[in-house]
Design a protein around this ligand. Structure first.
Ligand SMILES: [Zn+2]
Length: 322
């Protein structure tokens, strides 16, 4: 058996709908769809340990990928999220590919050094002057590139598990097919969000808000198309699809998912959780579920008689119990 977890970083629950993400929505209609699933952290650093280790604190030995490795179950990670590198979350997997570093080592290394030194924001005007305002340099790899590489890794697995982290919904909101005019506008809006997070006090107009939401939705739409191609190419796999946190557009007087006094808000905490594939039941589940249960469920899926952290397996919701 092969199982794949598609983690759509920063995907809001309410965007998995027929207009924005038709394929992902259909996966939810045909498979198991939790309508009240919650992440336990408002951004990647806080949220991911609950998924991986079944508890608030990241603990490699308590993590489900480590326990899979110990039980001889192959497991791999493909991603381009700097937090998974900095916090060493990627290291609980038997094998991991950080595509951010591997595909652009100099650029990514420099960006991460500047961020660690607190100089990333200060050097933005200089970088913009060098690169120009028309080319958007997204700090992650797009879904198509990530999933192409993920396919290679999945083909190497006979029986086992793959975690793929897609970053497209994350700021900056810059769908790949923008023309020059739209690129310039997207950069301007991105700068306004960043400045607002730093306390600029900028009052967003209704037009700015609408454009920000449209660009975010376009990223989700693009991601959905890439997910569709990937899922359809692998009909033998069981897919789990979720998000580590959502995103805010001025609700709670703030933007994006920056750490702040808001902690976990409904916009950040309420997440999609869809399970889809061979023999998966067709069921909408309205009971509460949360991210600490994911690891224990994946362990049971591979017949590993252990729990990850405090999580309880919900596998009996997913398959017919014999
Ligand atoms: Zn995240």
């Amino acid at each position: 058996m092969k199982a794949v977890f598609i983690m759509c970083d920063t995907l809001r629950y309410d965007h998995v709908n027929p207009e924005i993400m038709p394929f992902t929505h259909e996966m939810g209609e045909k498979g198991v769809n939790y309508t009240m699933f919650f992440g336990d952290g408002g951004h990647t650093k806080w949220s991911m340990p609950h998924f991986l280790s079944g508890q608030r604190k990241f603990d490699k030995e308590e993590s489900f990928p480590y326990k899979m490795t110990q039980s001889g179950v192959d497991n791999k990670l493909v991603h381009s999220n700097a937090v998974l590198v900095q916090e060493k979350y990627q290291e609980c997997f038997k094998e991991y590919t950080d595509m951010g570093t591997e595909m652009a080592p100099v650029k990514t290394g420099l960006r991460r050094k500047l961020k660690d030194a607190g100089l990333w924001d200060k050097t933005r005007p200089l970088r913009r002057a060098i690169i120009g305002r028309k080319s958007f340099n997204v700090p992650y790899r797009r879904a198509e590139a990530i999933l192409n590489h993920a396919q290679k890794k999945l083909d190497q697995i006979d029986e086992g598990f793959l975690w793929v982290q897609l970053m497209d919904a994350h700021i900056p909101y810059s769908p790949p097919d923008l023309d020059n005019f739209e690129q310039t506008e997207a950069i301007k809006l991105y700068d306004l969000i960043l400045k607002s997070l730093q306390g600029s006090g900028h009052e967003f107009t209704s037009i700015e808000l609408k454009r920000i939401q449209e660009l975010y939705a376009a990223e989700c739409m693009y991601m959905d198309k890439c997910i569709e191609a990937f899922v359809k190419s692998n009909p033998e796999c069981i897919f789990f699809l979720s998000s580590d946190h959502g995103e805010m557009f001025g609700e709670n007087y703030t933007w994006s998912h920056s750490p702040g006094p808001h902690g976990v808000t409904p916009q950040l905490g309420h997440l999609p959780l869809i399970i889809y594939g061979p023999n998966v039941l067709n069921k909408k589940i309205e009971q509460y579920n949360c991210s600490i249960n994911v690891g224990s469920t994946l362990l049971e899926l591979f017949n590993i008689n252990e729990r990850s952290g405090y999580g309880r397996s919900f596998l009996r919701d997913v398959f017919q119990v014999k």
